[in-house]
Ligand binder design. Structure first.
Ligand SMILES: O=c1ccn([C@H]2C[C@H](O)[C@@H](CO)O2)c(=O)[nH]1
Ligand SMILES: [Zn+2]
Length: 138
């Protein structure tokens, strides 16, 4: 799937957002290695801190079905600048996607900021950091 189609898919995902509190719908479309697309929207809660962002919804849907290899991510919201993922999502994206994977940040006006996972979170904490750590030395 090409970049434009992935961005279109993120807009379709956005239409499912559950955002009674922020009224700020976000959509994400995550492309897998074998060409499938997982859609995600933000899902809020009356306990506000429990909101799940669109990006993490898409990733958690895929991982929960055993799919962990990704080749692209598109994000869209009705923002002035292309929608910028929050810090929590940047960390979760970094867990599953290689630093050179393209990320397409967009808005409804059609602005596009093409970036990468590594640019979104330079120096991310990784599973390798845990492997290389001293164990049980307090
Ligand atoms: O990249 C982003 C930024 C924000 N949100 C959500 C979280 C919350 O539901 C609403 C307002 O922050 O937007 C996302 O889903 N993705
Ligand atoms: Zn987020």
């Amino acid at each position: 799937m090409d970049m434009k189609s992935l961005i279109e898919q993120s807009k379709i995902a956005r239409q499912k957002a559950y955002v009674p509190y922020s009224k700020f719908p976000v959509g994400a479309a995550l492309l897998t290695e074998d060409g499938q697309v997982y859609l995600g929207c933000n899902i809020e809660n009356s306990s506000y801190g429990l909101a799940n962002c669109a990006e993490r919804t898409a990733i958690f849907k895929a991982v929960s079905e055993g799919v962990t290899k990704f080749t692209g991510l598109a994000v869209v919201a009705d923002t002035d600048r292309p929608c910028s993922p929050c810090g929590a999502c940047r960390q979760v994206i970094s867990e599953f996607c290689s630093p050179d994977m393209p990320v397409y940040l967009t808005n409804l006006k059609g602005d596009l900021q093409q970036t990468t996972v590594g640019e979104l979170l330079p120096g991310a904490f990784t599973p390798e950091d845990l492997d290389n750590a001293g164990k049980q030395k307090l």
